[in-house]
Ligand binder design. Structure first.
Ligand SMILES: C[S@@+](CC[C@H](N)C(=O)[O-])C[C@H]1O[C@@H](n2cnc3c(N)ncnc32)[C@H](O)[C@@H]1O
Length: 255
């Protein structure tokens, strides 16, 4: 049995696609079967609300999550005027595009290893009319960065689930495995990004990461080892969710 909000979302997606009313009943029945199999509603409707926008999504990208809105909120508050920033592991583009839409002074470069996901991100970019303020690059962020400009800040919601735990979440089985797998301890991306991308941060630059609810202590350690201070912010459920890493300022004594 469809929940009320599911039926509403489905019907408004039929309307957007120009489907006639006499086809609704059969399509609703088919959608109900898909939902029972565990397929996310967003992949069926092709749309997911995120912050104050709606993003096109399909199976090539992770469905944007409300937890990630917290990272966006922090970035909107912290981004210096006129910033040029990087969004690593951009997927649907939801983080970068929401920042650009809500802060007209920002420009961005977004990176993902998946050319397929960048097609989705470009589609969202065009829908939102933001094409002149963002560039996209296929890039493996686990390797040294090939980009040559510096950033005022670098934001990322990388894969952060432990390889061995992914099967504990059957609801994620419809989403791209590469969007989830953070390596043996779930921390591969944080270590690699801090190591490979800090050389591209401007002198006052910072990293903003979405993190798993149980990863704060590990991220603080990774930051400290690389010469960064680290602040942790919680989401609205009270879980640790956002890490802010800033370069520690070197103190020079009097000569
Ligand atoms: C957790 S999803 C985040 C997507 C989007 N930023 C969001 O917040 O909804 C992680 C993304 O990392 C990408 N990814 C996985 N491995 C990567 C790698 N080695 N280099 C760059 N991107 C990678 C995946 O393709 C996926 O789009």
């Amino acid at each position: 049995m469809l929940e009320g909000y599911e039926e509403r979302e489905l019907i408004s997606s039929f309307r957007r696609k120009g489907i006639s009313k006499n086809e609704y009943a059969a399509l609703l029945e088919a959608a109900e079967k898909e939902l029972e199999r565990g397929r996310p509603l967003a992949y069926i409707t092709g749309e997911q609300p995120f912050y104050n926008l709606a993003f096109y999504v399909d199976e090539r990208v992770l469905v944007p999550r409300p937890d990630t809105e917290r990272v966006v909120e922090k970035a909107l508050a912290l981004a210096p005027p006129g910033s040029f920033f990087a969004d690593l592991c951009t997927g649907s583009g939801c983080i970068a595009l929401t920042l650009l839409y809500n802060r007209r002074d920002l420009t961005a470069a977004a990176f993902d290893i998946s050319a397929d996901s960048l097609e989705v991100a470009r589609r969202n970019t065009e829908r939102l009319g933001l094409s002149d303020r963002i560039e996209y690059h296929v890039e493996d962020v686990l390797k040294p960065a090939s980009f040559r400009r510096s950033f005022d800040f670098i934001i990322s919601n990388p894969p952060y689930i432990k390889t061995g735990s992914i099967s504990d979440y059957p609801s994620l089985s419809f989403e791209p495995h590469s969007a989830l797998d953070g390596g043996r301890d779930g921390l591969d991306f944080y270590r690699a990004i801090v190591e490979n991308w800090s050389c591209l941060l401007s002198p006052d630059g910072f990293f903003l990461f979405e993190i798993g609810y149980d990863q704060a202590a590990d991220i603080i350690k990774i930051a400290g080892n690389a010469g960064f201070s680290c602040g942790i912010f919680r989401d609205y459920g009270g879980n640790d969710r956002v890490a802010l890493l800033k370069k520690k300022q070197v103190q020079f004594g009097a000569l």
